[in-house]
Design a protein. Sequence first.
Length: 165
Amino acid sequence: MATAICDAGPLIHLDELDCLDLLSDFSSILIPGQVWAEVKDYHSAALRKSSVPFQQVSVTIDTSSIFQTIIKTFSLDLGEQAVLSLMQSQSADMILTDDTAARLAAQSLSYRVHGTIGIIIRAIRRKQRTRDEVIDILSSIPSRSTLYVRDSFLNSLISQVQTQA
């Protein structure tokens, strides 16, 4: 089983879509204290899901000059800095974030990254949801979630899922 370090976006968006259980197949979901506080302030219900192995972790932001350059280059907020700092010290299997800048920063550090949509689509492979259920979830993102996805991109994803063998 894999371990993931999670930013606020996927926790909030998956909960809005009633899909937080899609994280239950991870052995643990590490959540930096900075991210925990952010989610608690904006969508505390997401943290109360007992079926998901959440673990709040105290994180000190990396102060190395290379890391500080990455923070400035990608304009990362405190939660994103904490996620990347934790990944440097814990070396989990992946980072979960919906923030484009955080994804780019993580990729520049050679970390594996997935977001809310990736977790939803992954549910087909993991047999957590059927293809039709995933299509319904993807279709409901604009009305049920605060996750912003361009209509053209979302429609393209739905088409791809529909045509998968």
